[in-house]
Design a protein around this ligand. Structure first.
Ligand code: UTP
Length: 285
């Protein structure tokens, strides 16, 4: 049973400058139904946390760095503020915040610093002591999938456990895979593939199956990351760690995003704009 999640949120967010100079990109808002279904704006990172919580996880490790303290403040309960909203007759707003704080009450949260943004793989590696010898989920702090009842996480965990694999990842078909991690894989069941190879931002992609940065891992990934050399952009890439696992003969599977599920990526201007449009549709329809 997977119990823990690592949420890397220490990247520089250069593609969204100047907004992200002092503000963590993971705190940028998307639209959400809200506690009473009346619609609200919510930091994407809160959406990520709540999905993992609703799936059943209660132990979380956020990897943060310089300029990311707004994240720690947001994830610190402030029941005095909830009381103030209620005393002003704003129960609608208080309910949403209180429901989030109750989830925080029920969770153990660990903060790990990544002092320099040395890559997504480096961020995950730093969270090793939090994980110990357990399997775990990694969910990038700037990415989410809108699915019924966090079903994408359920399918990911089911594939990880059902195929006794060492790593499972989410993938989706895209038109131009060159800016993503790309897998070469063969189908083994409806929506599940066995991964033969994986490459970060390839010039000549071997398929149009792009990685959505949400994974389930056996702790062997840490050993694989330690021995993997520096990858694309001079950073330690999680993708290279996964390829090392494949080279070692370990089992890596991929789960396809279902049609009707929407992936949200707020890391770039264009994908953020799409995330705003997609999430806005969910509150007006
Ligand atoms: P990105 O690959 O989008 O990198 O990170 P980035 O540095 O944040 O953004 P750009 O490319 O400069 O615009 C994916 C996720 O991994 C985290 C980010 O915070 C984001 O949630 N990350 C990335 C880290 O925690 N540490 C890193 O060194 C890099």
């Amino acid at each position: 049973m997977i119990r823990k999640a690592i949420i890397p949120a220490a990247g520089l967010g250069t593609r969204l400058l100047p907004t992200t100079k002092e503000m963590p990109k993971e705190m940028l808002p998307v639209f959400d139904k809200g506690a009473n279904g009346q619609g609200c704006v919510k930091p994407l990172l809160q959406v990520v946390f709540e999905q993992l919580y609703n799936f059943g996880l209660r132990e979380f490790c956020f990897v943060v760095g310089r300029g990311k303290r707004a994240i720690e403040d947001h994830f610190t309960q402030d029941y005095g503020f909830v009381g103030m909203l209620r005393s002003h007759g704003r129960n609608d707003l208080a309910d949403g915040l209180e429901s989030f704080y109750r989830k925080l009450d029920g969770s153990a949260i660990v903060w790990i610093n990544q002092p320099e943004p040395l890559g997504f793989g480096d961020a995950v590696l730093r969270a090793g002591p939090f994980v110990g010898n357990e399997e775990f989920i990694v969910n990038a702090g700037d990415t989410s999938v809108l699915s019924e009842g966090s079903d994408h996480i359920r399918r990911l965990a089911a594939a990880y456990e059902g195929y006794s694999c060492d790593a499972a990842l989410l993938v989706q078909e895209v038109e131009d895979p060159r800016k993503y991690g790309v897998v070469q894989a063969e189908a083994v069941a409806d929506g599940v593939l066995k991964v033969k190879a994986i490459e970060e931002k390839p010039d000549r992609p071997r398929s149009n199956l792009a990685v959505i940065p949400i994974y389930a891992f056996h702790p062997t990934i840490f050993k694989a990351l330690e021995v993997s050399s520096t990858g694309k952009g001079g950073e330690r890439q999680l993708t290279d760690g996964i390829q090392t696992m494949i080279d070692w003969g370990l089992k890596v599977y991929a789960v396809k995003r279902k049609e009707g599920e929407t992936s949200l990526d707020i890391g770039g201007a264009e994908t953020y704009w799409r995330a705003l449009q997609e999430t806005y549709r969910t509150i007006v329809t």
